[in-house]
Design a protein around this ligand. Structure first.
Ligand SMILES: Cc1cc2nc3c(=O)[nH]c(=O)nc-3n(C[C@H](O)[C@H](O)[C@H](O)COP(=O)(O)OP(=O)(O)OC[C@H]3O[C@@H](n4cnc5c(N)ncnc54)[C@H](O)[C@@H]3O)c2cc1C
Length: 343
């Protein structure tokens, strides 16, 4: 990392925020997300992030932010994450003016358009949606999640995001951007499939069921964590995590031992077979499973995703009681009845 970085796509932005304030924010985020940090001889501090590196360098009373990325989509995504963190943690600071490849007035490079060509009933609880489009190769990776970008109303033509003159994405109002999992993909043939849990009031399942075939949607990503591979895995989730659990199971070596806990009201999903897989269907039993995990033999990797409040006991058992390093865990809130649907 750092001086030897070969990432070809680069962009930088000057900020009046003092270096120390930005460094504190970067160190906090690195701690939160287990990012590797390093310091270069010129005093710049760097973090390894998904798709590249993010650095900060002192510059007078302020600092310069530097992004080195694997490609233009990652350059844009990392810069956009910085913009969002700044708006959240240091509100009121001036928008960053990014240099170089984040060219204006185009679709963002981590965004593509696709057509919802087929919606089938996969099971009682799930729809399978096939999307066709160009530029899907970026979603054919170990990072298995993306966001739909859906028009606010199914019968309203969408206005899509554009890159503004300052390199930031300008989002038209009213778009809905829920996270989903790639269940299957063939970028050369130009399609991907995702499986949607049908729940009351869900805008995405409603859109998929009501919209005629061929409707245009946006896709951003990839993001949201990748596929762990380990000799022993303790995994689980509610219905929204079933497609990701299926991808994880399918990716394990034949000798892996996998304990999977299904917390949905039903286990109505076609999970792949695996010789080392033991599955238990325990509806809404996150707290009971957390208590068992705290006293069970340790696994090499822990992966759980469910509704936000139901995740809390699992986090306490794995991170606090067992003190498993975050690098060997993925513990994610996939939805929240209390709101924050991530528009
Ligand atoms: C990384 C990641 C990957 C995900 N992958 C998938 C996936 O592959 N398939 C999938 O189905 N979901 C997946 N989810 C969950 C999905 O993003 C959420 O369920 C999201 O809220 C769905 O958006 P919506 O438009 O259907 O619901 P919204 O219109 O945003 O929500 C409407 C109401 O439904 C509630 N709600 C949301 N989810 C549920 C639920 N599961 N049960 C009951 N009520 C609910 C909301 O709280 C809200 O009150 C994933 C989430 C993350 C973070």
């Amino acid at each position: 990392m750092i001086e030897t970085s070969l990432h070809p796509c680069r962009s930088e932005a000057r900020s009046a925020i003092p270096f120390a304030a930005f460094e504190a924010l970067l160190r906090h985020e690195a701690e939160e997300h287990d990012l590797a940090l390093g310091t270069a001889p010129d005093g710049s501090v760097w973090a390894e992030v998904e798709g590249g590196e993010l650095g900060i360098r002192p510059d007078g009373s302020g600092c310069v932010l530097l992004v080195h990325a694997q490609g233009p989509d990652w350059l844009h995504a990392i810069g956009e994450t910085v913009d969002e963190h700044l708006a959240h943690h240091l509100p009121g600071t001036a928008a960053l003016q990014w240099s170089g490849a984040r060219a204006a007035h185009r679709l963002p490079p981590n965004f593509s358009l696709a057509r919802m060509v087929r919606v089938t009933r996969l099971s009682g609880d799930f729809l399978r949606v096939r999307l066709e489009g160009a530029n899907l190769a970026r979603l054919d990776r170990d990072m298995i999640h993306f966001r739909f970008v859906l028009p606010g109303a199914a019968d309203t033509p969408a206005r899509w995001p554009r890159v503004g003159a300052d390199g930031r994405t300008e989002w038209p109002p009213g778009l809905h951007r829920p996270a989903y999992t790639v269940s299957a993909i063939d970028p050369d043939a130009g399609w991907l499939e995702t499986d949607i849990f049908i729940h009351a009031g869900g805008r995405t399942c409603d859109f998929a069921q009501r919209t005629p075939p061929g409707a245009e949607v946006g896709l951003t990503g990839p993001g949201g964590g990748g596929i762990p591979r380990a000799a022993t895995l303790s995994i689980g989730g509610d219905e929204t995590a079933y497609p990701a659990l299926a991808r994880i199971i399918a990716a394990q070596a034949a000798h892996a031992r996998i304990t999977a806990q299904l917390f949905g009201d039903r286990a109505d999903y076609p999970f792949p077979a695996h010789p080392g897989l033991v599955t238990s269907h325990r509806p809404r039993a996150e707290a009971a499973v957390a208590a068992e995990i705290a006293t069970a033999p340790p696994a090499d990797h822990y992966w759980f995703a469910t509704e936000k409040p139901r995740l809390a006991p699992l986090r306490r058992a794995i991170l606090d009681t067992l003190a498993v390093p975050k690098s060997r865990t993925h513990l994610a809130a996939y939805w929240n009845a209390a709101g924050s649907a991530d528009d």
